[in-house]
Design a binder for this molecule. Sequence first.
Ligand code: SAM
Length: 349
Amino acid sequence: MPMTIVSGRFATAFLPTSISISKLLSVKFAAQRRVVFVSRSIHASVSVETNSNVESVIEKEKKREEKNILACPICYSSLALISQPNGLVESVASGTQLQCNTCKRSYSSNETHIDLAVASGSKQYSEPMPLSTELFRSPLVSFLYERGWRQNFIWGGFPGPEKEFEMAKDYLKPVLGGNIVDASCGSGMFSRLFARSELFSRVFALDYSENMLRQCYELLNQEENFPNKEKLVLVRADIARLPFLTGSVDAVHAGAALHCWPSPSSAVAEISRVLRPGGVFVATTFIYDGPFSFIPFLKNLRQELMRYSGSHIFLNERELEDLCRASGLIGYTRVRNGLFIMLSATKPR
Ligand SMILES: C[S@@+](CC[C@H](N)C(=O)[O-])C[C@H]1O[C@@H](n2cnc3c(N)ncnc32)[C@H](O)[C@@H]1O
């Protein structure tokens, strides 16, 4: 994205001339060119600050951004680097070893992702998840996902990834420049859009499916001239056990995934735990209201369908609002189109 567009957008939409330095810095631009721009804006609007003061605050802010926010999924403590071929704590490199500072459990990465699922590395123990999670672990479904499967959602009113990305960006305005978790990223179509936009300091593409993460890795490597690839980190984890420090995440995006999670309430509670005060949650899913509400015994039918498929069927918007509120998120808002809903809620400050 050319600098003029980025600068123009931030200058008009997010940086009023009277803004305070702390507010200005909370925008947290990570890319060097944005830091240069922030620095220029500060000089223009707050003349009392000296050059060196401003630059040192920005440097501090950059260092804070680069802090490792990955955590042990067992005790939520920070992870120490045991070995890392290229020295970058969060970049994916085969052979990276991380160890929990509290329970000393270690985690490793392979060629495609860091495995931070609770049972990662277990040789004997395995645990099947509900069908809605297991389905996406299959190599075939993972391969087909971005090659036709996802495109079918258009029949439910999903506008398509590019439009959904633009819509999500509107909700994410207050946290641009911060880090973002693309929760249940699948083959990573949104993770790539977030990373390519360079609007976030770091993008965590997280999914439970090893095969989806492999697709994500391969599709990423197929894209030519992908900017700042190292800012995109692929993580395997369960949505109900997120491997991030409490209050460390600026934004969580979850495209077409809420209905696939075994327990949406455990998942949204986890999302709420990892979001920092003021952090934003934005998600899309299907809602079966309107003509569907005339189907007799729909609620009972839903119980049965959910029991066997493991996926959740939302019958009205109030359920989603309730879910967010129950998990400690406020300011619920949404956009509808047919069965499609994009919702957003915020962690209170
Ligand atoms: C329909 S896909 C959505 C992919 C992508 N976000 C999109 O917008 O197209 C649902 C994703 O949820 C993931 N998923 C299901 N259960 C999960 C769980 N327990 N933890 C993390 N991800 C899960 C699946 O692996 C799958 O990639």
